[in-house]
Design a protein around this ligand. Structure first.
Ligand SMILES: Nc1ncnc2c1ncn2[C@@H]1O[C@H](COP(=O)(O)OP(=O)(O)OP(=O)(O)O)[C@@H](O)[C@H]1O
Length: 281
């Protein structure tokens, strides 16, 4: 795998608070990688360290072959960064903002093509402060890719999007990765978004990677036990098991026929994700 991001034993303390507790990650070039986790898990802290905005407490980090703590301007120009909230230049029009930012790069994208790709052509002359939340996020993404980055960081990019805008946004990210080989690292707390969009996802819980893999590996790892219920001697019995068909087979044998009130339930991925991150499903 041609590596875009490599992280080993990453630790971060804010004073006495240990926020990252030994994070390991390898992200390949051209991959769409999601960092998924609940509020406060350490997602933003991780990507701020990768972006070179924050110095780590310990561990090894390489982003496009460079330690972010020693990143030069030339290295930074290879990154596209979309922060959680970017509220600068409220008086600038969307197109002017893109054209202006593009001047800082050697080979910027054409502002009009970018606006069209993001579905913002009608808002080209509109001030950034007058855009809706979803339009503003799309402009943020346009600003993030105007310099043709090799690696794009997106911190919770779809917060506030309606379903249609979210779907279009996902298509755009898939196109950027497929057509241009851009590596994308995005954070989200939406399991469905990670499942839909990412080639691979790492679930960050309490400053540690709980699970990392492709959507099917994720489903398998997060898949908890199934619940088998039945009635016996007037009482409800419940067992949890990784192999509900075996339990049902044993029950059928024991009852020598139909099992009263037999019910098998496999928790959804969402339920299992919630139990993994320590929330009631
Ligand atoms: N500058 C800081 N000083 C002290 N503590 C901080 C600082 N920034 C973040 N934290 C704490 O570190 C923990 C991780 O925060 P972080 O923003 O990385 O989480 P997150 O996973 O991005 O959360 P969210 O989904 O809410 O954005 C939280 O407990 C947060 O309160």
């Amino acid at each position: 795998m041609d590596t875009a991001v490599s992280v080993h034993g990453l630790r971060m303390n804010y004073g006495a608070a240990e926020v990252l507790r030994g994070v390991d990650l390898e992200i390949g070039r051209g991959e769409i990688f999601t960092l998924l986790g609940p509020n406060g898990a350490g997602k933003t802290t991780t990507i701020e360290i990768l972006e070179g905005f924050r110095n780590r407490s310990a561990g090894e980090v390489s982003v496009l072959g460079v330690d972010p703590e020693r990143g030069t301007e030339a290295w930074r120009a290879r990154l596209g960064i979309v922060l959680q909230s970017w509220r600068d230049h409220p008086r600038w029009g969307a197109r002017d903002l893109l054209a202006h930012l593009g001047e800082f790069y050697d080979d910027p994208r054409d502002p009009d093509e970018l606006l069209a790709a993001l579905g913002l052509t009608a808002q080209a002359g509109q001030r950034a402060s007058r855009l809706s939340g979803g339009q503003r996020r799309r402009l943020d993404v346009a600003l993030g890719i105007v310099g043709r980055p090799e690696l794009l960081f997106l911190d919770e990019p779809t917060t506030g999007f309606d379903p249609e805008a979210r779907r279009e946004f996902h298509l755009l990210i898939e196109k950027l990765a497929a057509d241009e080989g851009i590596t994308v690292l995005l954070t989200t707390h939406d399991l469905a978004e990670a499942e839909k969009l990412a080639h691979r996802t790492a679930i960050l819980v309490g400053g540690e990677i709980a699970v990392c893999g492709t959507p099917s590996e994720l489903a398998e790892a997060v898949q908890a036990q199934s619940r088998v219920r039945w009635l016996e001697d007037g009482l409800e019995r419940v067992v949890t098991t990784p192999d509900p068909s075996l339990v049902a087979w044993e029950l059928h044998h024991r009852f020598e026929g139909p099992v009263p009130g037999l019910e098998i339930r496999r928790p959804s991925l969402e339920e299992n994700y919630l139990s993994l991150i320590g929330r009631a499903a």
